[in-house]
Each structure stands twice: as structure tokens, then as C-alpha cells.
Design a protein around this ligand. Structure first.
Ligand code: PEP
Ligand code: MN
Length: 434
């Protein structure tokens, strides 16, 4: 059967207005004390309504006491690497699932993503640029949805919001938000990171270089900072520098639906030192982007801010230039990435969400055309992909058709490039850099 999960399509959402609760006073470990966000706006968009406040409090207290999943030094390393990208000296290959699944075994999740990201990076680095590898991995467990509910055969249930919130299975129990899932998200992420470290250590016997360019996990990990109950409780203060870091991943990004410059998600990101990304859809206005830069990168530090453009093949050439022009004129040293997936989601006549490889490649090409025209550096790609031979996106060398989508459509949310399509994307990227 074909997965028919709802796919976010609307740029705005009249959705959830759950209250963002503060960490329970006194529940934070010493290293994190005194860092509870003081002025997070009361209503954050796209938050689940947890059924039991006492259980939520308990989960938050438990999360608060857990160690950071990523070392602060590696977040700083990623900032350094991204600074090179901002300076036009390196490029980013970022990718992975739209929504990771708790039930995928660790070995599989590591192999299916890390191997293809490595192969993509090798392809791109052959064009002459060092590549910064970043997985949508080890924490991509929360999804914004265009509708708070999903209707199947006349039955209405809460929409699936990612494994950290509820289950994808279409039944009332599974779809009820369960805060204990956030503890599982932490454990699964820790497992993925351990799997990545093991893989990296096996692959690089002599990898203890004095000046490493990679984290112990081999690649950096990232996810959308959507679920604020999870993210805020995992902020930790570095004991050496006193700086605050999100402990849930090296790089966090803010989605197209939650990037309001005065909103709770931007507020959260402004308070941590990790590199942060912001998605920009076709409706993004230059002044909004400047407001985001002021908020998230007031010191104009290269490597801090990544702008991830996802406008669609038909719009990128028209909508992107004015953003690049304003940002360039402001002197902000941002990294520009192309997400050629989220602006190109279409439905087949059978109602299945897919993306066409031709559109994906066209948006990437348009993104490069704009940057070449403006004299700015196209910093790389951010894509939804897996190395597995899934049939979720159509076209490419394998010539997958709408008909093929029913064979192996496994995504819990948006359609991903399969291994072959991912390497084609990398080949186009390399070609564009030559
Ligand atoms: C995503 O990256 O899965 C996503 C929801 O993207 P966007 O915020 O760009 O729509
Ligand atoms: Mn997605």
C-alpha cells in the first residue's frame, strides 16, 4: 500500500497554539542551571497538545538531567567549517529522511544515510571543493503539518507529527501525542550517534589527527528545531566557555512554517551558539530575511547562519535574486543552501505525494544561476534522501514513473530521493561547481 501521510504544503498554518512550558524550576542539572529561557513567547506554533501536563513535566525533568548528545567542541568545529563555506572555500552536502523512524534499526539508518552522503560528497569534492557532510539524522523526529488532522475513509485523527510526538499508524491510540516519546527520541538519537562513531572509527584507523575537520561521528548531524519541549530542555552550558548550546544536534534549522522573526523558534535559536539554519520559501521577503539575520546573527559571524532556500523550480529564478541582493548588501556572511525538494512537492493523479527529478535538478540549477549572476557563493544542497532503493520520487536515470511509486514507498512523511537519484543530484552539483 502507498503511504498517504499528509505533506506540509501551506506556508502558514492556523494550527496548534500549545503553551510552551518552562523547565521545572530546580529540575535542571548544575551545568544547565540559570539558563531557562526567560522570555520565550507563550504560544509557539506547531506544538503538540500533550494530554497530561504532569507527565510532560516529568519528561522534561528527565531530559534536563541527560547529557548533551553532541560535544560543544563539535558544534564549534561545524561553525568553523561553515565559515569556510560562507567564504566560498567549501560546500555543504546535507541530507537524510524527511522524518526518521524509531523502528528502523540503528545499523540500517546509519548505513542508508551515511554511505550515500559519503558517496555524494566524494562526487562533489572531485569538483575541487572540500565538502562539509551533514546528515538529517540522529534527531529528525518532529514534523510541522499543514493540517492538525488527517482524514482517511471518513475517519478523522490527529495528524502524524513525527515519532517524537505520536505514531504514524492510523489509529487513535497511536496518534495521541505521548511526551514519553521525547525520551525515546533522545535514546534513538544517542544510538544513531554511537552507530556513526563506530562506523567512522572503523573507516579511519588513524583518524586522530591534531586538527580534525570532522566530528567523531564522521559527519555532522542536524534536524529541524521544532519541538520546543525537547529542544529547550536539552540546552546545556559549556563548562569551559560558559556558552549555551543546543545539545540535541550539531546544527538545528527552523522550518518555513515557524521562522517568524519574533516567534518562539527564532527566540530559541537566538539563545544558543550552534550553527543554525532557516528555511526560506517563495514567500520570503527581503526585510524578513534581514530581520532574521539581525536576530540570529547580530555579530555577523561567518559560520553561524545558514539560509536554506526552497522556492520551487518555477520560482527560484524570480524570487531568490532580491533576497540575495539585500543580504549581500547588508554584508551578512551567510551560507546559502538549496533545498530542491520542498518547493517541488506534487501529487500524482492517484493522490500520491512525489517530486520529479527534473524539477529537483532544475531548482538546483536555477539556484546556481542566481548566485553566479549576483557574484555570491552557492553553498551547497539540502535534500531529503536515502541510499535505499525506494520509489518515492519520480524520474532520473532509473526513469521511475508514477506507477512505480507503489513498489517501495516507505517515507513516513515527504518523498525522498533514492540512492541513484541522490548520486545524480550530486553529479549535477559537481558539474555546476566545475
Ligand atoms: C522539512 O525539511 O521536512 C520541512 C518541513 O521543510 P520546510 O520547513 O522547508 O517546509
Ligand atoms: Mn520534508
Amino acid at each position: 500500500t502507498i503511504a498517504t501521510a499528509l505533506v506540509p504544503t501551506a506556508p502558514t498554518d492556523p494550527d496548534a497554539t500549545a503553551v510552551l512550558t518552562e523547565p521545572t524550576p530546580g529540575s535542571l542539572p548544575a551545568s544547565a542551571s540559570g539558563q531557562a529561557p526567560a522570555s520565550v513567547p507563550p504560544a509557539a506554533p506547531h506544538q503538540p497538545v500533550w494530554p497530561d501536563p504532569a507527565e510532560l513535566r516529568d519528561v522534561r525533568a528527565r531530559l534536563s538531567a541527560l547529557p548533551s548528545l553532541v560535544p560543544a567542541t563539535e558544534c564549534e568545529l561545524l561553525r568553523d567549517r561553515l565559515a569556510a563555506v560562507a567564504n566560498g572555500e567549501a560546500v555543504v552536502v546535507q541530507g537524510g529522511d524527511c522524518a526518521e523512524a524509531f523502528d528502523q534499526p540503528v545499523g540500517e539508518r546509519v548505513r542508508s544515510k551515511a554511505d550515500v552522503l559519503d558517496r555524494m560528497s566524494e562526487t562533489v569534492s572531485a569538483a575541487g571543493f572540500p565538502v562539509v557532510r551533514i546528515g538529517r539524522l540522529a534527531g529528525q523526529y518532529a514534523k510541522p503539518r499543514s493540517s492538525p488532522v488527517e482524514i482517511r475513509d471518513g475517519v478523522e485523527l490527529p495528524a502524524y507529527r513525527g515519532d517524537a510526538v505520536n505514531g504514524s499508524l492510523f489509529d487513535p491510540r497511536s496518534r495521541t501525542p505521548d511526551p514519553r516519546r521525547m525520551l525515546r527520541a533522545y535514546r534513538e538519537s544517542a544510538g544513531t550517534l554511537a552507530g556513526l562513531r563506530e562506523r567512522a572509527a572503523a573507516g579511519e584507523p588513524g583518524a586522530r589527527r591534531p586538527a580534525p575537520t570532522r566530528p567523531a561521528t564522521g559527519l555532522f548531524v542536524s534536524h529541524e528545531a521544532l519541538l520546543l519541549d525537547y529542544e529547550t530542555t536539552l540546552v546545556r552550558t559549556d563548562s569551559v566557555t560558559g556558552a549555551r548550546y543546543a545539545g540535541s544536534g550539531h546544527l538545528l534549522w527552523i522550518g518555513e512554517r515557524t521562522r517568524q522573526p519574533d516567534g518562539a523558534h527564532v527566540e530559541f535559536a537566538a539563545r544558543v551558539r550552534n550553527p543554525v539554519g532557516v528555511k526560506l520559501g517563495p514567500g520570503a521577503e527581503p526585510d524578513e530575511v534581514l530581520a532574521l539575520i539581525d536576530r540570529l546573527d547580530p555579530e555577523r559571524e561567518p559560520g553561524r547562519l545558514v539560509l536554506i532556500v526552497r522556492m520551487g523550480a518555477g520560482k527560484v529564478r524570480r524570487r531568490l535574486p532580491r533576497l540575495v541582493e539585500k543580504v549581500r548588501a547588508s554584508g551578512a556572511p551567510v551560507v546559502w543552501l538549496c533545498d530542491p525538494m520542498h518547493g517541488n512537492t506534487v501529487s500524482t493523479s492517484g493522490g500520491v505525494k512525489t517530486r520529479r527529478m527534473a524539477d529537483v535538478l532544475d531548482e538546483l540549477t536555477g539556484f546556481f544561476e542566481v548566485h553566479r549572476e549576483m557574484g555570491t557563493h552557492p553553498g551547497g544542497v539540502h535534500a531529503e534522501l536515502t541510499g535505499d532503493p525506494v520509489t518515492e520520487c519520480v524520474g532520473g536515470g532509473g526513469r521511475l514513473t508514477d506507477e512505480d511509486l507503489r513498489h517501495r514507498y516507505e517515507s513516513l512523511c515527504d518523498p525522498r530521493l533514492n540512492g541513484t537519484q541522490s548520486l545524480e543530484l550530486a553529479a549535477r552539483l559537481a558539474e555546476l561547481y566545475r
